[in-house]
Design a protein around this ligand. Structure first.
Ligand SMILES: Cc1ncc(COP(=O)(O)O)c(C=O)c1O
Length: 468
């Protein structure tokens, strides 16, 4: 299995990025509960024949959709070791917890956070952002809120982010019981950075109305085009108004590892909390989200809960005053820290920073190719590693949507789409360390080929499940 997986990763270019899933393959996974066991060889054959060929494709250098990391063989080996140890990182006194604490320390160092800062692994930034909202909410309302609920004071809380922020922040407000109406989505400049003056005005307006502003979420890399808010200016407003300053740095925060990009994140070191994913630009296999909180006390206030069956001792396996379960909703937790530790130790932050900078250079190359090609149109500034463009055509939204479906089904490349100023864009986010110039060239060539075909063929439409 291990040899096969090394070959799979080493020869990934020979495979399609993604391929449509035949019914017969889906059928394999709609069977009844297995009452009797099967031979492991047989089970493994089902994996090689029916699972591996139909995976998402983000290991492939041609994968450029959404924001997916490529992982590495080193991370894969660490996952195998972690599964062998089968450690539960909810708490107790064992070295896997120290490995996670090591990553907390390293993450503090990356962002210049103080020694009292706390952190922990979570599934992804959606969860880390939710937890940050919960920590900020408890800080605003006081710890007794955990028993009493948010009450009238909680109903008056308002939070702020930009219109370009990720949808998981509104979802976090809903889950936190504050409601997404209480999230003010502030206008952005053309660069997709939050309009600082508009942010100030909205906070002032809400204060006049008797509402209680409590949180601003800055973006370090917006999902659509990779814009980084003016984090220093946001930090200053939060300091003046005594608001919690959270940064959604899902992919962009790790730009701090590149000396070229780090200055663009100026101000992130002042955040009260940062959410980020090691599974994106950190090249760690899924999943490895992370939350860092400046004031560990505030973090514990939101989640720590005593229980007789979780009593801490001074010696023995139940020793160790602070357990990760004090810092989040999970009690059972896997050893996500190991694959991150292996990745950071094996490659070092300089190399990871260079990989991050290189993906931005590739985005600049893609931008140049788009600008040099009269049949293509650039739809947004290229801030980091994301390029939004489209094929010029009448009925361009339809044509470009069909181009992207054709790209996926051809297996050549897998960008995604987004809508910018009402116009559908082909969106290529370069995250994978395996992506190279040849993959960008292949994307452009295929867009031009499919574009010419789709533009000439207005009668055909993308139908669910229909090959085009
Ligand atoms: C800016 C931003 N925030 C949040 C998220 C959600 O992160 P996750 O998918 O790890 O939950 C993403 C995902 O791409 C993102 O780009």
């Amino acid at each position: 299995m291990l040899d096969d997986m090394f070959d799979y990763i080493a020869n990934i270019r020979e495979r399609p990025v993604w391929q449509p899933i035949p019914d017969v393959v889906r059928e394999q996974f709609r069977r009844d509960l297995p009452r009797e066991g099967s031979d492991l060889d047989h089970v493994y054959r089902t994996f090689t024949d029916f699972i591996a060929p139909y995976a998402t494709g983000n290991v492939h250098p041609g994968f450029m959709g959404w924001v997916h990391g490529g992982g590495s063989a080193v991370g894969m080996l660490a996952e195998m070791l972690a599964a062998g140890l089968n450690a539960n990182l909810g708490g107790r006194d064992h070295i896997p917890i120290e490995v996670e604490r090591q990553i907390v320390k390293w993450t503090r160092q990356m962002f210049g956070f103080p020694a009292g800062a706390s952190g922990l692994f979570v599934t992804g930034t959606s969860m880390a952002n939710l937890m940050a909202v919960l920590v900020a909410r408890t800080a605003a309302l006081g710890k007794p809120m955990r028993q009493r609920g948010i009450g009238d004071h909680g109903a008056a809380l308002t939070a702020y982010t930009s219109r370009a922020a990720h949808g998981c922040i509104a979802k976090a407000m809903e889950i936190a019981g504050l409601g997404s109406d209480a999230l003010r989505c502030i206008e952005v400049y053309r660069s997709h950075r939050i309009d600082i003056a508009a942010l100030r005005q909205q906070i002032a307006r809400d204060c006049e109305l008797g509402l209680k502003p409590f949180l601003v979420v800055g973006s370090a890399g917006t999902v659509d085009i990779g814009a980084i808010d003016d984090l220093r200016a946001v930090a200053a407003i939060c300091r003046e108004q005594q608001l919690w300053f959270h940064v959604d740095g899902a992919f962009g925060a790790l730009g701090i590892l590149s000396p070229v990009l780090a200055p663009r994140l100026d101000g992130i070191e002042q955040a009260d909390s940062i959410a980020l994913d090691f599974h994106k630009w950190g090249q760690v296999p899924y999943d490895a989200g992370f939350l860092l909180v400046r004031d560990g006390e505030r973090h514990r206030d939101a989640f720590a809960a005593p229980a007789a069956y979780l009593r801490r001792e001074t010696r023995g396996l139940a020793a160790g005053a602070e357990w990760p379960c004090d810092l989040g909703p999970d009690l059972s937790r896997g050893f996500r820290a190991l694959k991150t530790w292996f990745t950071l130790k094996t490659y070092g932050t300089e190399k990871l920073g260079a990989i991050i900078a290189r993906s931005c250079e590739l985005a600049t190359y893609l931008k140049a190719r788009v600008l040099a090609e009269p049949r293509l149109e650039l739809l947004a500034p290229v801030n980091l590693n994301i390029v939004c463009f489209r094929y010029r055509a009448g009925d361009a939204d339809r044509v470009n949507r069909e181009i992207v479906v054709s790209l996926h089904e051809s297996g050549i490349a897998a960008p995604s789409t987004t809508v910018l100023d009402g116009r559908l864009a082909i969106r290529a986010a370069i995250v994978n360390h395996r992506t190279d110039v040849c993959d960008i060239d292949a994307l452009i060539a295929a867009v031009l080929e499919f574009g010419a075909r789709r533009a000439e063929d207005p009668g055909r439409r993308v139908a669910a499940g229909a090959a085009i």
